[in-house]
Structure formats: structure tokens, C-alpha cells
Design a binder for this molecule. Structure first.
Ligand SMILES: Nc1ncnc2c1ncn2[C@@H]1O[C@H](COP(=O)(O)OP(=O)(O)OP(=O)(O)O)[C@@H](O)[C@H]1O
Ligand SMILES: [Mg+2]
Length: 406
């Protein structure tokens, strides 16, 4: 069928955001409280989880809910190797002033105090006033907090249910000084501007806590609420994500066809979209998706994932890393690190460098202390199918799958 109703690919908001109702409900209640009481009721939220679980799209929905309620929203995206949080914020502020957006224009004075930004010239084509290669002056967190508070208070003047929301996607790649500044500004808002309706939301990989630590952010747990987005949707939520967008177009999935997609994806959101999309494309329609359609579509989807994702990722891993991943796959894709070590005949300490590297590269993550999980469920089967070939070329003496299974 043409015109797929699914949204494969990073950051594409699906027609139904399955399994996030309670997250969104808590969020809108909090927004109302912030509009009413100010910063004292704000819960600065960080959606954390492995790649492909739906952090960006959930953040987009939180952002849309805020806009709908009259919040001014600035959506930012951290870029690896680039310290640009203030530039981006300043640029957005300028755009809003230029567009004669009421709250921003009225808060202009406070915005101008945020160093390096020449908002006063906005409207006559002013840009950020510093030369790009000149070092930016240190922006004071207190000044930044005052500017954000001013905009938020002005926004609430226009709409009693309004305020200001700042979002930041991919926080884990933000420059450490940016993270430190952001955290300090949020803290300043708490202490100096308790009535200003400002709130923050971001996304990050599970490794965000040590990143914040290294950036010198103290008490991250008191500053942010870390909402962990699980690796997989529950079977019921995954079914809903598959069936409902089709139903809205008058197409019904046979339950057995849905079963196949659930089994193949294990409810991992990125694959739910991709696999359902491929099934949709091979299905002749016009009104049903059958089990045979699903079987054919899944073959295409598996081949796509293998070629585009799994194979390149497997190729980048060293022999020792593959051995670690194989032991984890043998254990079902999630296990205490101590059991992985035991299967490999090593100590946990001996594995720590390999484990660290795999975590940094996003191949595995630690859902709780002492536990490791493959960050992409479909990797398990691939690893089990391809590991033995690895041993042939490796110069290291790697254990076989049989050795690990004992
Ligand atoms: N709750 C959901 N229901 C249905 N589909 C979803 C859901 N969450 C995410 N998806 C789909 O999963 C895919 C990945 O989503 P998204 O890009 O938001 O993940 P992410 O966690 O931000 O990944 P990354 O860490 O790589 O940025 C998209 O195709 C999106 O449409
Ligand atoms: Mg994302």
C-alpha cells in the first residue's frame, strides 16, 4: 500500500504516541501548576533512555502540549563538539523580538543583559553581535535566569496558563560549560525567581549522569527529574502503535500479523515503526494487513536493519567487544555484569574497559546498577548468528558460543 501511516526514522513523531499517556498527563498537570504558582512547582524533566526508544518524539509532544497552553517554547538541540547553547538561545530570542512577539519584546531589556547578544537592534537585521571567532564573554547564570524569568512573566501576562519552556534534545553531547550554565541558571530560577513560570525539559542517553558530574553539575538528582524511557513498549502499547494509525485510514491488521511484528521487534519503538512500515509497503491492501503480508514485510525490514544498522555496528567492534556482546546475547540480551564475567571466565574488573567502551558507544546500557542490557534488542539474534565467524579472523583467543553457554 502506498502512503505509509508509520514514521520510521529518528525524531519523526508517530501518529499515535503509544505508552506515554501517564508521562504526558503528569506533564500537563505540572504545566498548569507552574503557570499558577511559578517556578516553585516546576519539575525540570530529562527523558533518558537508549537510542531509538522515543525520547525526541516524546519531548516534541511535551513541547507541543506547552505551546497549546500558551507557553512560549524554545526548542534547542545540543550538537556534539559545539558550545552553542547561549548562541542558540540568543538567536531564538532575537527572532521572537524581531517578529514582535509580545512577551519577548517587552522582556527585551533583560534579554539584552545576556552577554554578547544585541537584541536591541533586532528588527533591523541584527545578528548575534560577536564575531564568530571571538571568545564569547562568560554569561552569568543569574543574568540568564533573570532574562528567562522576565520572558516567562510577560508570557503569563498574555495568557494566565502560559509561561516559558526551554527544551534541549541530546543533552549528553552538550558542551560541559553549557550544561553547567544551564544547571546554574535553573538553580538561580529556583532561588531568585520562585514565582516565574519557567520550566525545562530535555532528552539524553542513560549515560547522562556521569556527563553532568564531569561538567561539574552538583545535585543533578535534585535539579532534574530523570524519566527513564524503557527500551521496549509493552505488548499492548506496541499493538496500539501498529494497529491504530492503520485503523484511522480504514485498514485493519489481522491479529496474527501484529503478533509477528511484536515478536520481531520485541516492542522496541524504532523497530515497531520501521517493521510496520515495511509490512504496510508490501501489503497489497486495500483494507487488511494479513499474516502473509507481515511475513514478507518483516523479511524486508530485517534485511534493512541488518544492512543499515547491525552489520556496520558489528564491524566496528573489536574482538574482545564482540566476545562481551556474544556472552550478553547468550544470556538473553540482559544480565548482571557479574554473570557476563562468569561466562567469560573473567572478573568484573577485567571487563570494565570493554564495558565502558560499549556503554560510551551506545551498544549497551545499564538499566540499573550492576546490570547490562543490549541497547538494540534485534542485535541479539544477529550476534548469535555472526559471532562464530569472528573467531576465525581474530588474533585473540576468543571463547566460542558453546564455551559461553555452559
Ligand atoms: N511511543 C511511541 N509510539 C510509537 N512510535 C514511537 C514511540 N516512540 C518512538 N517511536 C518511533 O520510534 C522512532 C525513534 O524515536 P526517536 O527518534 O524519538 O528516538 P530517540 O530515543 O530520540 O532516539 P535517539 O537516541 O537515537 O535520538 C521514531 O520512528 C518514532 O516514530
Ligand atoms: Mg533523539
Amino acid at each position: 500500500m502506498r502512503e505509509s501511516v508509520y514514521t520510521p526514522g529518528a525524531g519523526h513523531v508517530p501518529p499515535v504516541l503509544a505508552g506515554r499517556d501517564s508521562l504526558v498527563e503528569a506533564w500537563v498537570v505540572m504545566l498548569a501548576e507552574v503557570a499558577s504558582e511559578g517556578r516553585v512547582r516546576a519539575v525540570d524533566t530529562v527523558l533518558s533512555g537508549p537510542r531509538g526508544v522515543g525520547k525526541t518524539v516524546a519531548l516534541a509532544v511535551l513541547s507541543a502540549e506547552a505551546k497549546e497552553r500558551g507557553f512560549e517554547v524554545i526548542d534547542l538541540q545540543a550538537v556534539a563538539g559545539y558550545s552553542g547553547l547561549i548562541d542558540s538561545l540568543a538567536q531564538r530570542a532575537e527572532e521572537r523580538v524581531t517578529a514582535q512577539s509580545g512577551p519577548w519584546t517587552r522582556a527585551r531589556q533583560a534579554l539584552e543583559r545576556v552577554g554578547g547578544v544585541n537584541v536591541s537592534l533586532a528588527g533591523v537585521g541584527a545578528g548575534v553581535s560577536l564575531e564568530p571567532d571571538r571568545p564569547r564573554p562568560r554569561v552569568d547564570a543569574g543574568v540568564l535566569a533573570a532574562a528567562l524569568a522576565a520572558v516567562a512573566l510577560e508570557a503569563r501576562q498574555d495568557n494566565p496558563a502560559g509561561g516559558l519552556l526551554i527544551t534541549l534534545d541530546e543533552m549528553h553531547v552538550a558542551a560541559p560549560p553549557d550544561l553547567a550554565l544551564l544547571s546554574a541558571a535553573l538553580h538561580q530560577l529556583n532561588t531568585a525567581h520562585p514565582t516565574a513560570p519557567v520550566v525545562f525539559a530535555g532528552t539524553a542517553l542513560p549515560s547522562i549522569r556521569p556527563v553532568l558530574d564531569r561538567a561539574g553539575v552538583t545535585h543533578a538528582d535534585r535539579l532534574f527529574r530523570f524519566e527513564e524511557i524503557p527500551l521496549t513498549l509493552s505488548p499492548a502499547d506496541a499493538r496500539y502503535a501498529i494497529v491504530e494509525p492503520a485503523r484511522r485510514k480504514g485498514v485493519l491488521w489481522k491479529p496474527a500479523a501484529v503478533d509477528l511484528v511484536i515478536a520481531a521487534t520485541r516492542g522496541y519503538p524504532a523497530h515497531v515503526q520501521l517493521f510496520a512500515h515495511e509490512v504496510w509497503r508490501v501489503a497489497p491492501g486495500p483494507a487488511a494487513v494479513t499474516r502473509d503480508d507481515a511475513a514478507a514485510g518483516l523479511d524486508v525490514a530485517r534485511a534493512t536493519v541488518e544492512k543499515q544498522t547491525l552489520e556496520p555496528r558489528w564491524r566496528q567492534r573489536s574482538g574482545r567487544q564482540r566476545e562481551f556482546l556474544a556472552a550478553l546475547a547468550v544470556l538473553g540480551g540482559t544480565a548482571p555484569i557479574a554473570r557476563v564475567a562468569q561466562r567469560l571466565g573473567k572478573t568484573v574488573r577485567e571487563l570494565s574497559a570493554v564495558r565502558r567502551r560499549l556503554i560510551d558507544d551506545g551498544e549497551i546500557y545499564s538499566p540499573e546498577w550492576g546490570q547490562v542490557t543490549l541497547a538494540m534488542p534485534a542485535f541479539s539474534d544477529y550476534i548469535l548468528a555472526h559471532y562464530e565467524a569472528t573467531r576465525a579472523w581474530s588474533s585473540k583467543d576468543l571463547l566460542s558460543l558453546d564455551d559461553m553457554s555452559g
